[in-house]
Design a binder for this molecule. Structure first.
Ligand code: LMR
Length: 391
């Protein structure tokens, strides 16, 4: 039976973790998988999470089952951050906890497929796992060019994909801090996208995995809000992996917004059934820790401060890269206006391999780099290596 299977290559991005770990060079630089690093190159547990985990150990009196929707207190506590204070302009909202943002994307894809979605339009490049998830459930996805060569968003491409979509099509958008390009839509562009979605009736799925890592919690949700205010139905996939540093604890949420409450109930019952059949119930620990932070003003402030420190440090790295300007064959200037953990350098696969082999610099094969992997101690080495390899 099992011999009929074809060997699959390991996930290229996750394989970089092992490659980097095995490299003995002391000045190697890890710009691969998307985890935040401090100026010292560490990925520590947030102090707010440590405090919440302690509280959880002290106060949790049962680990009995909660149900497919997970910790509903966690899901509710996130709502003001995801949807903002003025929620009356949106339809009704229901949500559930998921195993990471990946669980939410998987659920969204399975649910639209069950509802009869024929094709999902998505800007590329995108997070490679998006295409893997759609491929795994045989959901057809149609790519459009997400970014222009000058490092700005290709608005024409997304508007044309939306306007030419069929009645049973959907579109997947990144809420902020686009992975991998760092290229976000402006407020005006989001307005235009929301109008186009409302006109054509294409179904929007908005994947928000980096809220707070761009310009701030409110600012990073503004695009999502402008779309939600215009459309009758939408899915929102949310990850706490980055903005709470919960990576391996897999903390995510899936929200459905619908103007019609009966439609919302029907859709939510299907999401529940799919979650039950997929993972039965999400892991509790990380969501409970996030809930304890958001229910406590002092812990919330501690978390907001930690988030701001991350954002400020990444902005400093971006400013420093942008100031380097033309570096060999690559212009680093656009990285200064892009957002979040990632940007993509226009380098070939061979140049990525050369950066790794000759300089111990680990980036994804696509040319994506994790901005937070750079520190004031290694950034000059990185810029010099890019100049040498591409010059
Ligand atoms: C990334 O893109 O590096 C992260 O989102 C980690 C992952 O799961 O791919």
């Amino acid at each position: 039976m099992l011999n009929r299977l074809e060997t699959q290559s390991p996930d290229a991005l996750l394989a970089l973790i092992k490659l980097h770990a095995a490299d003995p060079r002391p000045d190697k630089i890890d710009l691969g998988v998307g985890v935040y690093r401090t100026g010292q190159g560490d990925t520590p547990v947030f102090a707010s999470i440590k405090a919440a985990e302690q509280k959880l150990v002290d106060t949790q009196n049962s680990k009995s089952y909660l149900g497919p929707e997970g910790d509903t207190g966690f899901v509710a506590a996130l709502v003001p951050y995801v949807f903002g204070e003025d929620r009356s302009r949106f339809g009704h909202i229901a949500g559930m906890q998921t195993p990471g943002g990946t669980g939410a994307v998987r659920l969204a894809a399975a649910l639209v497929q069950k509802a009869g979605l024929e094709r999902l339009h998505m800007g590329t490049p995108s997070w490679p796992n998006h295409a893997q998830i759609f491929g795994d459930i045989a959901l057809e996805f149609v790519p459009f060019e997400h970014a222009n060569a000058d490092g700005t968003a290709n608005l024409d491409a997304v508007l044309s994909a939306i306007r030419n979509a069929g009645p049973n099509d959907g579109v997947l958008l990144h809420g902020c801090c686009h992975n991998p390009t760092g290229v976000d839509y402006t407020a005006d562009q989001w307005e235009a996208i929301g109008d186009a979605i409302a006109e054509t009736g294409i179904f929007p799925i908005i994947d928000t995995a980096y809220q707070g890592l761009g310009h701030g919690l409110e600012e990073d949700a503004a695009g999502l809000h402008s779309v939600l205010a215009k459309v009758p139905e939408a899915f929102i996939c949310y990850s706490c992996d980055k903005n709470f540093g919960m990576y391996r604890d897999r903390v995510g949420a899936f929200y459905i917004m619908a103007k019609d409450e009966d439609v919302l109930d029907k859709a939510f019952s299907n999401a529940n059934a799919l979650a039950r059949a997929s993972w039965s119930m999400p892991p509790d620990h990380g969501g409970a820790a996030v809930r304890l932070i958001l229910e406590d003003d002092a812990l919330t402030q501690m978390w907001l401060d930690e988030l701001e420190t991350m954002r400020t440090r990444m902005r400093q790295v971006r400013d420093r890269l942008a100031a380097a300007g033309q570096t060999g064959g690559v212009d680093l200037t656009p990285l200064g206006t892009q957002n979040g953990l990632f940007s993509v350098l226009p380098v070939s696969k061979e140049q990525v391999a050369q950066l790794r082999d000759d300089h111990g610099i680990y980036m994804a094969g696509s040319g994506r780099l994790n901005i937070a992997g750079l520190t004031m101690d290694n950034i000059d080495k990185f810029i010099a290596a890019v100049a040498e390899v591409t010059g």
